[in-house]
Design a protein around this ligand. Sequence first.
Ligand SMILES: [Ca+2]
Ligand SMILES: [Ca+2]
Length: 354
Amino acid sequence: MRAEFPTIQAAINAAVDGDAVLVNNGVYIGGGNWDLDTLGKAIEIRSSDGPATTIISGDGWKRIFSVRSGEGPDTIIRGFKVFFGYGYSSYEIPGGGISCVGTSPTIQDCIVTHCVSDSSSPGGAGIGCSGGSPTIIGCLISDNSAGYGGGLGFESSNAVVQNCLITRNVASSDGSAVACRESNVSFINCTIVDNTASGSGWLRADYGASISMMNCIVWSNTPQTIVGNPAQLMMSFSNIEGGWPGVGNIDLAPLFVDPDGPDNNPASWGDNNYRLAAGSPCIDAGDNAAVLAGVFTDLDGRPRFFRRSSHSRHGPGRAAGCGHGRIRVPRAAHCDRLAKRPHARGARGTGDRS
Ligand SMILES: [Ca+2]
Ligand SMILES: [Ca+2]
């Protein structure tokens, strides 16, 4: 059974467990299309054609998604550009773009960008989670800003972050890319580059937070430091600028194809290319065992395991990092213009109960 709805929230309201809410291409903004509440339902909310063409804007003063009613991994948010969200000032409710409170949703194939959180630690401007065990997979987290945790923030949370590119996020205090407290967070095949904190650290992990990082590239962050207890920061098979103790770690220029893009401007990230060039020391530097079951592709949708290495005890050869190449998204100015349109274009959610 297929039904059509005037807003995304209306489709969610009508959905029951097992449904898919399919969202057509367009720019969504305004009541019913922001501050979306998944209402504890085991549903997949997804765009029909991916995040480049399906944009939900908070217009700088609303969150995009709130997941706070006991949702589990079968609540899936997939394929959206989560744009210009804002998290209210509240210690208990982190997150500017997507906020998860005591829940364990799957957030997949999203671009989370230009979101802001002014909540106290950890803010997590792009995605902020308090409690629960969320999974964030195949996402680009860029150009978000918070006091703590410019890209991602976790508190009392057991999160997995895989195949993600976390770049150009800003913290006015600590943790430009990520802030964690009282949490256990695993990063697998992620690339964390060009994030900036006014205080310390691309990563802030305090109040007993434990971090596991495998097959990741951490490079060119300002400052390239970590705030946390080294005994609780387990990193392996990763390329970390400045070095970090752990099996298989390296500290070598990752040889991205063109990290500032053809325009030679790192600030215009739409053309920046973090794919690994031939000869990169990150190729064949990862540990296959770290990749979650069922994951065979990288952020580009290309094979994660791309050749068999005759000398590797880890089986098929694979590269550290998220394997991100060029993600085609509108330039920020263009996004601003779209977001400030008074009415959504094509604002129609479709609940598909097939
Ligand atoms: Ca260039
Ligand atoms: Ca550029």
